[in-house]
Write a protein that binds this ligand. Structure first.
Ligand SMILES: [Zn+2]
Length: 180
């Protein structure tokens, strides 16, 4: 199985992502409320080519080679298995199992890291490989406590807030959380 290798630092998509334009459209849902219930904070994807937000939940997209069926994450222009170039963008499964992980215990360099790297407020986060039905992807984990992570445990796709944009929207990236 091909191991996805998104251009990441600390498991977070970087500004120079080659896979598509950064998201700008508010998905309207899901939204979170913070502070006053009257204030609804809309979430937007850090990169809609990689991560789409929908009412049904977040969806990750990868590449599928039409010649040999090999999947990659993220979408690549060529197939690393057969060197074919007929690649389609396809949704990936939202559930998988934990393949390996580590914990990012210090703030990543900014740039290219897009989240807050203030040492005063930085909180360690997990980074892992999650084996989806199609491909293994590298992603942030919502759990940063090693004792609560185990190889092979079921994981589900979710989103994690990174920063607030100029329009006051919460920009999120993809992450995986332990699943029942
Ligand atoms: Zn191929």
């Amino acid at each position: 199985m091909q191991v996805g290798n998104i251009a990441t630092l600390g498991g977070t998509p970087v500004r120079a992502s080659p896979v598509g334009p950064r998201g700008a459209r508010c998905a309207m849902l899901p939204c979170t409320t913070e502070g006053s219930p009257a204030i609804v904070k809309h979430q937007v994807s850090i990169n809609e080519f990689v991560l789409e937000l929908s009412v049904a939940g977040p969806v990750l997209f990868g590449g599928r080679c039409r010649d040999c069926g090999n999947h990659t994450f993220p979408v690549l222009s060529g197939c690393p298995r057969c060197t074919g170039t007929d690649i389609e963008r396809v949704p990936l499964g939202a559930r998988g199992s934990l393949w390996g992980w580590t914990v990012q215990g210090f703030p990543p360099k900014d740039p290219p890291y897009l989240g807050s790297n203030d040492p005063q407020t930085f909180a360690p986060f997990g980074v892992g490989y999650v084996e989806l039905p199609e491909v293994i992807v590298e992603a942030r984990l919502t759990e940063a406590e090693p004792a609560k992570l185990a190889q092979g445990m079921p994981m589900a796709l979710t989103v994690e807030p990174l920063f607030e944009d100029d329009a006051g929207r919460e920009v999120v990236t993809f992450a995986f959380e332990p699943a029942a």
